[in-house]
Design a protein around this ligand. Structure first.
Ligand SMILES: *Cc1c(COP(=O)(O)O)cnc(C)c1O
Length: 358
């Protein structure tokens, strides 16, 4: 019997992936040129689908990289001469911050304890900030920053570029793209695909900043600098040979998600999340980790375990259910349950039923 993965990435594959992999092989997707018409059509298809799924306007460009980790580095290289500011509340947002200092920038960090979110309007962002970095969904702790909180940053910081890491929430969030400048994700979480592809959306402000830094003589990287991505991307090509297989699968799966409907996916995510949190609330095995209900992630549910987390994970494994362990130091004390579009309402019901039997 095949397993079902509630791990927060790599995660359960979207149910249609198997047939798309089969078709990709039939269509020789692993062998086609990335400088030919067939690839351009695939890139165009992804571009259109992502715009429709996430509401991305035409003045944003969509580029591909190797991972979201790569995008942390690229956006810092391309939009920061000296100062970035970061909202840090877990391991992913912290790494983004550390990348900035490693690249030689001065970085301001607003940090709250693991499991907490931000009261966003209480922070005074330094006026010299060129890039504000927010993590929409902190995958390590299960805290989601409400999209509307992110949108309020623009009014007080009109000159800074605002970048949103939405790796473990896409396609759930509905961003106001007039209030932010860049959103990025990788595909092995909410998109339900094999890892190895980052998707980077940027507006003209990001590209203009990169050009300005380059003109000043600052290094903005080479093949995956924004001007290089733009020069190839405007022809629906990429600077280097990309993960064509992954891009093809993303085109097909985003098409399937559109068929289902972005709103239906969001409603189902909310329904499944409410079932999971309601169960965790009353189960003697679990305690909801994130105290503030407004900051509880619908896409990654984190709970403290009353016993050893590894025991619970092992018990579920015998039922072919794979739960995520706690992140880092919380490995033995927490479970993380991904609630991505690839898992159905029925599968969440089944998980809850099996948990109730433990
Ligand atoms: C997983 C994750 C990343 C890193 O993604 P990679 O594809 O492994 O580079 C970045 N940010 C968040 C919030 C994540 O969950």
């Amino acid at each position: 019997m095949s397993k079902i993965f509630f791990t927060p990435g790599p995660a359960q594959l979207y149910p249609t992936v198997e047939s798309h992999v089969f078709n990709a092989l039939k269509e020789n997707i692993g062998s086609i040129s990335h400088r030919g018409k067939q690839f351009q059509v695939i890139y165009q298809e992804v571009d259109q689908n992502i715009r429709a799924l996430l509401g991305v306007p035409q003045d944003f460009k969509i580029f591909f990289t190797g991972s979201a980790t790569e995008i942390w580095e690229r956006i810092l290289q391309n939009t920061v001469e000296s100062h970035s500011t970061h909202f840090v509340n877990g391991s992913f947002s912290k790494k983004f911050y550390e990348f900035s200092t490693e690249l030689g920038n001065t970085a301001t960090k607003f940090e709250v304890p693991f499991g907490s979110g931000f009261d966003i309007n209480t922070y005074e962002i330094p006026s010299e900030t060129e890039l504000i970095c927010v993590t929409h969904n902190e995958t390590s702790s299960g805290v989601m920053m409400p999209a509307n909180d992110i949108h309020t940053l623009r009014a007080k910081n009109p000159n800074a570029i605002i970048a949103v890491d939405a790796v473990s929430s896409v396609p759930y969030p509905q961003f106001d793209f007039t209030a932010i400048d860049s959103v990025f994700f990788s595909v092995q979480k909410g998109m339900g695909l094999p890892a190895g592809l980052g998707v980077w959306m940027v507006n003209d402000r990001c590209i203009e900043k990169a050009n300005a830094l380059k003109a000043k003589g600052k290094s903005i990287g080479t093949y995956h600098s924004l001007p290089s991505l733009l020069s190839n991307g405007s022809k629906f090509e990429t600077p280097s040979t990309p993960n064509v297989f992954g891009i093809y699968l993303l085109a097909k799966v985003t098409g399937d998600m559109l068929q289902k409907g972005a709103d239906t996916i969001r409603k189902e995510t909310d329904l499944k999340a409410s079932k999971l949190y309601a169960f965790a609330e009353k189960s003697p095995l679990l305690d909801i980790f994130v105290q503030n209900p407004a900051h509880r992630s619908p896409t990654v549910v984190v709970a403290n375990t009353t016993g050893e987390a590894s025991d619970l994970i092992a018990k579920l494994k015998t039922k072919n259910i794979v739960l995520g362990a706690g992140y880092g130091n919380y490995k033995d004390k927490q479970v993380r349950i991904a609630n991505f579009p690839a898992v159905s309402v029925e599968q969440v019901d089944w998980l809850i039923e099996e948990l109730s039997k433990v």
